[in-house]
Each structure stands twice: as C-alpha cells, then as structure tokens.
Write a protein that binds this ligand. Sequence first.
Ligand SMILES: *[C@@H]1O[C@H](CO)[C@@H](O)[C@H](O)[C@H]1NC(C)=O
Ligand SMILES: *[C@@H]1O[C@H](CO)[C@@H](O)[C@H](O)[C@H]1NC(C)=O
Ligand SMILES: *[C@@H]1O[C@H](CO)[C@@H](O)[C@H](O)[C@H]1NC(C)=O
Ligand SMILES: *[C@@H]1O[C@H](CO)[C@@H](O)[C@H](O)[C@H]1NC(C)=O
Ligand SMILES: *[C@@H]1O[C@H](CO)[C@@H](O)[C@H](O)[C@H]1NC(C)=O
Ligand SMILES: *[C@@H]1O[C@H](CO)[C@@H](O)[C@H](O)[C@H]1NC(C)=O
Ligand SMILES: *[C@@H]1O[C@H](CO)[C@@H](O)[C@H](O)[C@H]1NC(C)=O
Ligand SMILES: *[C@@H]1O[C@H](CO)[C@@H](O)[C@H](O)[C@H]1NC(C)=O
Length: 401
Amino acid sequence: MRRMRGDKEEGERLNGGDSLVKLLRLVASLMIFVGGVVIGLASSSHVTRYFTSQADIFYTNRGSGSGGYSYYTSEENCSVIQMIVSCPKEDCWSMESFLGPKNLTHGMSDKELLWRASLVPYQQGYPYPRVPKVAFMFLTRGPLPMLPLWEKFFKGHEKLFSIYVHAPSGFKLNVTNSSVFLNRVIPSKAVQWGLSTLTDAEKRLLANALLDFSNEQFILLSESCIPIYNFPTVYKYLINSAHSFVESYDDPSRYGRGRYSRSMFPDIKLKHWRKGSQWFEMNRAVAIYVISDTKYYNIFRKYCRPSCYPDEHYIPTFLNMFHGSLNANRSITWVDWSLGGPHPALHGASNITEGFMQSIRNNGTCSYNSEKTSICHLFARKFAPSALEPLLNISSKVMRF
Ligand SMILES: *[C@@H]1O[C@H](CO)[C@@H](O)[C@H](O)[C@H]1NC(C)=O
Ligand SMILES: *[C@@H]1O[C@H](CO)[C@@H](O)[C@H](O)[C@H]1NC(C)=O
Ligand SMILES: *[C@@H]1O[C@H](CO)[C@@H](O)[C@H](O)[C@H]1NC(C)=O
Ligand SMILES: *[C@@H]1O[C@H](CO)[C@@H](O)[C@H](O)[C@H]1NC(C)=O
Ligand SMILES: *[C@@H]1O[C@H](CO)[C@@H](O)[C@H](O)[C@H]1NC(C)=O
Ligand SMILES: *[C@@H]1O[C@H](CO)[C@@H](O)[C@H](O)[C@H]1NC(C)=O
Ligand SMILES: *[C@@H]1O[C@H](CO)[C@@H](O)[C@H](O)[C@H]1NC(C)=O
Ligand SMILES: *[C@@H]1O[C@H](CO)[C@@H](O)[C@H](O)[C@H]1NC(C)=O
C-alpha cells in the first residue's frame, strides 16, 4: 500500500510539475477564502454591510468580532487544501465521486478501507435516482481465460453492474480499450490459498465494491467460473431475492466439525460451526456485516489454520451466528464433486455439449423467496480455458446471450 501511494505521488510530480501544484493551491485558497467570506457573512449580524461596501469584508472579517476568520492566510494547517491538491483531476467533494469512485486506485490501507466501506447512511432513501447494480468480483490468480464469454454476457447492460478484479500484485489484465474489464483491478495483495490472506482478499473486494453506493448485490467468482443464464435473468434473480446465497451447513465429519478449535470457545461454540463454499453471493447489508466484523475474524485468523480453512468456515459460521435469517444457505454457483477427491471436476472442450449445459441450468429444484424454482444456479465452475470456444459457440442458443 505504501508503495502504491509513493507511485501515485511520483506520477503527479512527473505529470503536473510544480507550477500546476502552485496553481491548484491558489485555486484552493481562493475557494476557501470565498467559503470564509460566506460563513463570515452568515454568522455576522451585520449582513447589510455586504451591500454597503464589499471591500469592507476583506479587512473587517478578521477583527470584526464575528469569529476572527483568517482563511486566506493559513494555508499550512488547512487539510482541505491538501485533499484538493492530492486529486487534481476531479472535484473530490463532488457527490459523484463520493457515491462511486470512478478510478479504483487508492492509497488506503486495508484497515482504512474496511472502516470507510462500513459507513452506512442514516437517512432513508437517496438524494439521486439510484439504480441498484450487481458487483461481479473476480478473485483470480492470473489471466481470466473466460473473459470473452463474460464480455458477451455483460454486453448491453452497462448501467446495471460493476466489475472488480483482485489479481496478484503488479498483475496487468490484458484487455482491449473498450472492454468492461478495463481498469477494474483493485489494489491487491498476495494471496496464499487456504490461509487468511484469502479471506482478506475477499473482504478487500467487498470493501472496494461497497464504496459504490449503487452496488446492491455482490458475487464472488474465480477465473474458472462461467455464467449459465443471461444477464437479465441473473439480475432479476439476485436483485429480487429476499436472501443472500452463502452456502452454510453443519458437516459432522472431520472435514467440518473436525476443523473447529476449542480455543475459539466461548465466543464461537461448536454448535455455531458451519462450512460452505467460498464462492458466495450476498446483498449490501450482509456485505457490510461481514466487512465490519473484526472480533470473530480475529479469532479465525488466530485459530483457523490448515487443516482449518477460513475461506470455507468464517463467513458461513459468522452468518449462522448473527444473520442466519438473511441467508438462503445454498450456493448459486454450480460445481461437480461427483468424481470425489479434494478438487471438483474440471470441464474442458470435450465436455461442453448442449445437453450438458442444459443439465446444469436445470439441475433439480430449490427454494427461492419461499417458493420452488428449477433455477438453482446462475454460475458454474470449474471450466478449463479450452472450454471457451465451444461455450461461445453455444451461448446464444443455450444460455440466450
Ligand atoms: C494555522 O497556522 C497559522 C500559521 O501558519 C497559525 O498561526 C495558527 O495558529 C494555525 N491554526 C491552527 C488552528 O492550527
Ligand atoms: C487512477 O489514479 C491513478 C493515481 O491517481 C492514476 O495513476 C491512474 O492513471 C488513474 N487511472 C485512470 C483510469 O484514470
Ligand atoms: C493480449 O491480448 C491480445 C489479444 O487477445 C494478444 O494478441 C496479446 O498477445 C496479449 N498480450 C499479452 C502480453 O498477453
Ligand atoms: C488504447 O489506449 C492506449 C492508452 O490510452 C493507447 O495508447 C492505445 O493506442 C489504445 N489502443 C487502441 C487499439 O485503441
Ligand atoms: C438458513 O439457516 C439459518 C440458520 O443459520 C436459518 O435461520 C434460516 O432460516 C435458513 N434460511 C432458509 C432460507 O431456510
Ligand atoms: C470430460 O471429458 C473427458 C474426455 O471426454 C472425460 O474423460 C471426463 O470424464 C469428462 N469430465 C466430466 C466432468 O464429465
Ligand atoms: C445435475 O448435473 C449433474 C452433472 O451434469 C448430473 O449428473 C445430474 O444428473 C444432474 N441432476 C439433475 C437433477 O438434473
Ligand atoms: C459450433 O457449433 C456447430 C453446431 O452447433 C458445430 O458445427 C461447430 O463445429 C461448432 N464450432 C466449434 C468451434 O465448436
């Protein structure tokens, strides 16, 4: 993080030069000066003076007994000036950049980011026409081989989704200038699979996505995930759901309860312990609960180490303890464990047929908003890069996109 902040400052110095900074300082001072004048006027009982002599204000403000304002002299200790100078390309105070940062680059530490993302408006409603969006969060170890399929899936629905990519630090996603994935990599850190750095990355994705107040649903995906329904179906299903889709179940075996540590007692009891796939889907309220928790997360960080995997237990257990009624307890990402072993089946080119895709689109029945539905999964894993071509070939016929 610190390195990123350094890079940013370097970039500005190279681009802007000293004169730009000076100019901005001048503009900032002017703005603050005008602000001071307005405040001075408002709090002064002699508002009429403005009309008699404008010049008066410049000289009487400081000593006029209305507070002794000196905005135009104290540049050094005015943090507002610092903030304006540090992001010269946009108005930092605009509603637009507050509601949804356009540029995902930032210099916040995880601690600062999670705190900021946890802020919730107290007032009901929004001061702008809010169209809820779905945040697609890709947690990847490298390139996204299914990217062309996703681009086809997203095409034409630009106002209804946001994309976030967590990639190895320094990784550059190779996309065209018109891609919806362009500049969507968040400030990322190294991830060790199975350790808490993985759940840290999940929280980092959630927090970055929460900074956009229009994001309402949050789905975690990997590089081997694909969509199996078209965007309008996915959007409607998620936005209208009364529940989040975080798999959470009690596994009495050594792969479930066996991973519980007695050191977690009494804060987390064995009866609370749950297991579930890391590939979650959650709404805004649940996402804020998850990123705001530090107490239980610290217990997991301390006592859930291999062969306990925080990504399979932390969120399922935490939601079960406090927010169970908000959860459907099932995953919307289809996966095939039928082959046995520690890894699910990987599907390559030879496995992709219309019949196979239809079978995972309608793979039994499940409960949705307390009613039965044949749509249980919206996404599927795991698919090898070789599956891309045949998937693109049948997507319009089978998946309708
Ligand atoms: C602001 O800075 C000026 C001089 O730079 C100093 O005299 C003044 O006390 C400072 N005010 C505050 C509130 O720190
Ligand atoms: C985002 O901001 C960073 C640092 O302020 C800058 O280097 C980068 O070019 C910006 N990206 C875009 C797409 O504007
Ligand atoms: C980036 O993608 C283009 C087109 O898909 C490809 O031609 C190029 O080799 C890729 N570059 C890298 C560095 O992978
Ligand atoms: C993509 O954008 C970069 C930087 O803005 C530019 O240098 C490059 O020519 C663009 N490429 C295409 C194919 O438009
Ligand atoms: C999910 O499990 C919780 C207990 O953790 C339960 O309260 C809730 O009703 C379940 N959700 C559904 C949709 O059955
Ligand atoms: C995929 O196809 C290969 C070769 O046809 C086959 O060996 C494998 O079992 C298939 N995988 C699945 C999950 O069906
Ligand atoms: C679900 O999908 C799997 C894998 O294609 C298949 O073996 C199974 O029969 C399907 N179940 C239903 C109820 O369609
Ligand atoms: C695409 O599908 C058609 C028939 O549906 C088939 O004839 C063709 O070989 C397929 N192409 C690829 C690249 O899979």
